[in-house]
Design a protein around this ligand. Structure first.
Ligand SMILES: [Fe+2]
Length: 343
């Protein structure tokens, strides 16, 4: 373990380790007495229905924008990227890179972490885009089957497409979710590739989807809170104040958001750990990690890896899958295995 400096040159007081290939060397969780609070109480049902109706409306508007083929054909950055890959004969090499998923162990220390959660392990999956390649789900499932964690958090973008039905994707998602060994189960949010109808399908697969909601995780008379917001990028359905509303001010808070763009709002509201994806770490990067395309107007230091804002720690995971083109360069796909420690 070593300390690192973040790209902006500010010291990050977190321990950080090099990525390793998937390993069977993770002990089974000792947290058998975890209790996860309920979000499915009757008063919340009406609110969830209203939220899904709003999201469906935004989705229809986004669909209209997405089918503007003329724009996509000439101006979308992914189109230029695909042309470059083809011209440079890099397709096979970049496709191999895209399938070479690694497990990255990370240790984050917090003085505010309740003692009962010292050593708590979180599997962070993001941007699965699981139908991008027929081999991806099998490879990810094989890596996950020997990893035992206390909680799994998934920060959106389950499929490759941005519009249309997802039915053909669920078979691949099942290959992944059935391999997850998580004592506290799986909590998820939606990203900009996900359809409103995916909520029911994800819940059938055992994922509890947080729609601007939060839940409390209890253990040994102590607790932490997990909040999840809907996509702030394409659908703009996020509502951070609503998601954090039930959480006591002094509680330890983890926020799941699809993109890093809520960093200042979350930091100002005393979130302790911000987990997100969306940028794919750049997906195709210059040597040294500079992203060619980011699809996010957040300052560069928040686009990939570890960062901080005020007292909040953030991690923008490069994620598992790809979008636009089945290609990665200087930016390996990643499953994050996070251990929380009390400083
Ligand atoms: Fe994505």
């Amino acid at each position: 373990m070593a300390q690192i400096d973040n790209p902006a040159g500010q010291h990050v007081n977190k321990r950080y380790s090099e990525p390793v290939l998937g390993s069977t060397d993770y002990p089974i969780s000792s947290y058998h007495d975890l209790i996860i609070s309920d979000i499915d109480f009757p008063e919340n049902e009406e609110r969830r229905r209203a939220h899904l109706a709003l999201r469906r409306k935004r989705e229809a508007e986004a669909h209209y924008r997405q089918v503007d083929i003329w724009y996509k054909r000439y101006f979308e950055p992914g189109t230029w990227l695909k042309r470059f890959i083809k011209l440079a004969h890099l397709k096979q090499w970049m496709e191999r890179n895209a399938l070479d998923v690694t497990v990255r162990p990370l240790v984050f220390e917090f003085p505010s972490l309740p003692k009962a959660f010292d050593g708590f392990r979180i599997l962070h999956l993001t941007d699965l885009h699981i139908d991008a390649h027929p081999e991806l789900a099998g490879r990810v499932g094989a890596l996950l089957k020997d990893i035992h964690v206390d909680l799994c958090l998934v920060t959106g973008d389950y499929r490759f497409a941005v519009v249309g039905h997802s039915k053909r994707v669920y078979h691949y998602l099942e290959q992944v979710f059935t391999q997850i060994n998580s004592a506290g189960g799986v909590l998820g949010i939606l990203g900009n590739h996900d359809a409103t109808d995916d909520v029911a399908a994800l819940e059938d697969l055992g994922v509890r989807v947080l729609l601007n909601e939060s839940i409390e995780v209890h253990m040994n008379h102590q607790s932490i809170w997990i909040a999840g917001v809907d996509d702030p990028y394409a659908f703009k359905c996020d509502d951070l104040p609503k998601a954090l509303h039930p959480i006591p001010e002094s509680a330890f808070k983890i926020l799941m958001a699809h993109t890093p763009q809520l960093y200042s709002e979350a930091g100002d509201r005393a979130v302790d750990l911000y987990l997100c994806g969306h940028t794919h770490g750049g997906q195709v990067c210059l040597p040294g990690g500079g992203a060619v395309i980011s699809h996010c107007n957040t300052p560069r230091r928040y686009l990939s890896g570890l960062w901080d804002y005020k007292s909040m720690t953030g991690y923008t995971c490069p994620g598992i899958g790809v979008s636009g083109a089945i290609a990665r360069m200087n930016c390996p796909p990643e499953i994050a295995l996070i251990e929380l420690r009390r400083a």
